[in-house]
Design a protein around this ligand. Structure first.
Ligand SMILES: NC(=O)c1ccc[n+]([C@@H]2O[C@H](COP(=O)([O-])OP(=O)(O)OC[C@H]3O[C@@H](n4cnc5c(N)ncnc54)[C@H](OP(=O)(O)O)[C@@H]3O)[C@@H](O)[C@H]2O)c1
Length: 253
């Protein structure tokens, strides 16, 4: 189908602002949805008005912390509201960003995203899912969470970081593809070109901020063993696309 008007849930977020840019650059009309733009996808404030005349939703809204229960509640409510209010408004389709490895997760934020996928898929609107690796833009956030001090402890767990701009382009391509991925085919994945540990990437950011980054084994983190065994790395069908983390960081002001 040919879509001209998109609503972007989470339009002001790390990924959302790139989704808005990509859509606008390609000539689509965009309705940005976040509390900052007066649309709350949890309370429903402003949602019906925002979705009037919208043909497709791209859902890149997120809960701001890693607590599993609170994140699950957020995604449960957002999925229900976007589906119900979207259907009433005449929206035809939803595309959503998820996380590589959700199918293996048993705990933490990634398990909440599994619930997010399941509830969105339960309809009524058709849903297209893109699972992404952790974002380049997320590494600095990890250091921010460890406020204070000149030493930060970051898990030395394998990852294949990807730029938000790269994810946004892939998500928009998926939303605009004439056909949904065929049933039974693996959920599309997008990741960066290079496997490294989160601690290695964080060390590069730490060097810029004057923070020493110490790699730790991640035990105590949800699903650390699955992560250590590569459970959250892209599968063989994943699309891998640059920039690398180092290239991306070098381009940051
Ligand atoms: N971070 C990663 O490394 C990563 C990796 C793979 C996939 N993902 C997925 O990608 C998506 C986007 O993640 P992100 O890191 O870009 O998130 P983010 O930077 O935390 O942005 C979250 C967005 O959601 C909006 N939002 C929060 N509560 C809302 C509400 N009640 N109503 C409307 N909007 C609300 C926020 O805007 P306001 O505060 O203005 O409401 C913001 O625009 C998420 O689904 C995440 O799971 C993330």
């Amino acid at each position: 189908m040919s879509i001209t008007t998109f609503a972007v849930a989470g339009a002001t977020g790390r990924l959302g602002r790139h989704v808005v840019d990509v859509l606008a650059e390609r000539g689509h009309r965009v309705v940005p949805m976040s509390r900052a733009t007066g649309v709350d996808i949890i309370t429903g404030e402003g949602l019906a008005e925002a979705l009037t005349g919208v043909e497709a939703i791209i859902d890149v809204a997120s809960w701001h912390a890693s607590d599993q229960e609170a994140a699950t509640e957020f995604f449960r409510t957002s999925a229900r509201n976007l589906q119900e209010v979207g259907q009433k408004a005449g929206v035809a389709q939803i595309a959503v960003a998820s996380i590589i490895g959700v199918d293996k997760a048993t705990a933490g934020f990634v398990a909440a995203k599994k619930v997010h996928e399941e509830l969105l898929l339960s309809g009524p609107l058709p849903v297209r899912i893109l699972r992404a690796a952790q974002f380049h833009e997320f590494v600095g956030q990890l250091l921010d969470w460890q406020q204070g001090g000149d030493v930060a402890y970051v898990p030395a767990l394998p990852t294949q970081l990807v730029a938000c701009r790269t994810v946004a382009e892939e998500l928009v391509d998926l939303a605009l593809a004439p056909d949904a991925p065929a049933p039974g085919t693996p959920v599309p994945e997008i990741a960066g070109p290079r496997r490294e540990t989160m601690a290695e990437a964080a060390r590069l950011v730490g060097a810029r901020r004057g923070i020493k980054v110490v790699g730790v084994d991640g035990s105590g983190m949800p699903d650390a063993e699955i992560a250590a065994n590569g459970g959250f790395l892209p599968g063989p069908h994943a699309k891998l696309a640059g920039p690398t983390f180092q290239e991306w960081l070098d381009a940051q002001p």
